[in-house]
Design a protein around this ligand. Structure first.
Ligand code: ATP
Ligand code: MG
Length: 444
């Protein structure tokens, strides 16, 4: 049975009191029947948007999408999307339905929805309204299109991605006819906007084990450069890698990086741009690709083991654009775990390092223990506020100039050298010791 959230119950009562039909609908009904806590409650009603606004008052309402019938109502600190019963035509621009038509009957509204498990409505008075027997599909762990799948995917091809997203989220099977239509109509995703595709792809990657839901025929349309159909073995391995990364919201960029691994850093950046990902996400995923990806493929496999990670200390005022340490096996003899972790913290924030180690462990499970140790070390150093960056040194440029170091690029070099000395434990991060070391560097 369904327990309405108090705000939703209040708004439904008010709508009923004014003579309108009104229900909780979609995801909240599905999640309640699954025994999960809905993250938001969407309502649908026979009331027109202007009637909803008049009933609740302008100050409680946000006119989210009046032409589509949607008003967001504020109640008890929460937001309730309230949408007038409607039907809709095709999405010929791939973004918005061409025409929406308000209708009096909730059943017509449910018929425009994508999957039977998403096409149920509920009110305390009438109970469950379930014309497409979504409840049986929920019990059978099945995602099935409402109506004829080909037609529904032709109307809005984004539903193809939504199919895999919902199936992956709950670990459900896909109704065979629905799955066949999705594979066949995959090319229609070409007309869907990059933003909508990106949103669904990220949600799919957030599922517990998305690997088996990354349908090659569909990926071949949205990310053809991955060649999922031409290189099925490689693609299957990518999917297994993704499933090995712990399914947290924080790890979604790591899973995306795992998916884009074969493209290398530059190719991944291009793909992320094409999907119109935010700059923050693009930078994050490319950093993961650079340090933990498989572009060169040689670091983790030890082909570069002769290459010392002890970089030259005076390297100008920029960190050189080479790999730091994750590319190498943690704990190789030329460094200690602590120094490795500090070098990483010098270049990346802790959450990025946590994602890097998650990605490395998934790609190389045999070394997972070592990567977990590196991650724990980075966490410990962060908690201790250990010095990993020039800005954390106990001296700054002004102190050095006061001690006689000349301004200019040389100053930055001395600071970098001091940082290196602190990171490797040659010098404590204390002002006097650092000034003494600086005097030596500038003399030499
Ligand atoms: P979530 O918990 O991820 O938000 P949800 O079921 O609420 O799941 P939404 O994407 O928020 O999913 O959409 C809300 C409801 O609107 C869906 O349950 C579905 O009934 C309907 N819906 C959303 N997008 C579409 C679409 N492209 N085609 C048909 N119906 C859709
Ligand atoms: Mg929702």
């Amino acid at each position: 049975t369904i327990k309405l959230d108090p705000g939703a119950a209040l708004l439904l009562d008010a709508l009923h009191g004014a003579g309108h039909a009104a229900y909780a609908v979609g995801g909240c009904v599905r999640d309640s029947l699954l025994g999960l806590a809905p993250h938001d409650w969407d309502l649908c009603t026979s009331a027109r948007p202007e009637q909803v606004m008049a009933l609740f008052g302008e100050e409680k309402c946000i006119p989210t999408g009046l032409q589509h019938g949607t008003v967001t109502v504020k109640q008890g600190g929460r937001l309730y999307e309230t949408t007038t019963f409607r039907t809709e035509g095709a999405y010929s621009d791939g973004r918005h339905p061409d025409a929406v038509c308000f209708v009096p009957d909730v059943r017509e509204d449910l018929a425009r929805r994508d999957f039977t498990i998403n096409a149920m409505a509920y009110s305390a008075e009438e109970g469950l309204i379930d014309p497409f027997v979504g409840r049986d599909d929920l019990a059978a762990h099945l995602v099935r299109a409402v109506g004829e799948p080909e037609r529904r995917f032709e109307e809005d091809a984004l539903r193809i991605l939504r199919l895999y997203r919902f199936a992956a989220r709950f670990g459900f099977a896909i109704d065979p006819a629905t799955g066949a239509a999705a594979r066949a109509l995959g090319p229609h995703l070409d007309c869907v906007s990059a933003e909508r595709i990106q949103e669904e792809l990220l949600k799919l990657l957030a599922a517990p084990r998305p690997g088996s839901y990354l349908e090659p025929a569909v990926l071949a349309v949205i990310l053809p450069e991955l060649e999922p159909e031409k290189q099925p073995e490689r693609f299957a391995e990518l999917c297994r890698t993704i499933d090995r990364i712990e399914p947290t919201a924080e790890n979604v960029p790591a899973r995306l990086a795992a998916l884009l691994c074969p493209l290398g850093e530059a190719g991944a950046r291009k793909a992320l741009r094409k999907l119109k990902c935010s700059n923050a996400l693009t930078d994050e995923v490319t950093a993961l690709e650079r340090e933990a990806g498989g572009g060169a493929g040689s670091f983790l496999l030890g082909h570069e083991s002769g290459h010392s990670i002890a970089r030259p200390i005076a390297c100008g005022n920029r960190v050189p654009p080479q790999r730091t340490v994750l590319g190498e096996t943690p704990g190789t003899p030329n460094t200690t775990l602590t120094v490795q972790a500090k070098r990483l913290l010098g270049r990346y924030e802790l959450p990025t390092i946590q994602r890097m180690t998650a990605l490395c462990s998934a790609r190389h499970p045999e070394q997972a223990v070592a990567f977990a140790a590196l991650r724990a070390e980075a966490e410990q150093l962060t908690a201790e506020n250990a010095c990993c960056r020039v800005s954390q040194l106990a001296v700054n440029g002004r102190d050095l100039m006061a001690a006689g170091v000349r301004p200019g690029p040389g100053l930055r070099q001395v600071l970098n050298a001091l940082l290196e000395a602190v990171i490797t434990g040659q010098t404590p991060n204390e002002k006097d010791a650092l000034l003494a070391a600086a005097a030596q560097f500038s003399a030499s």
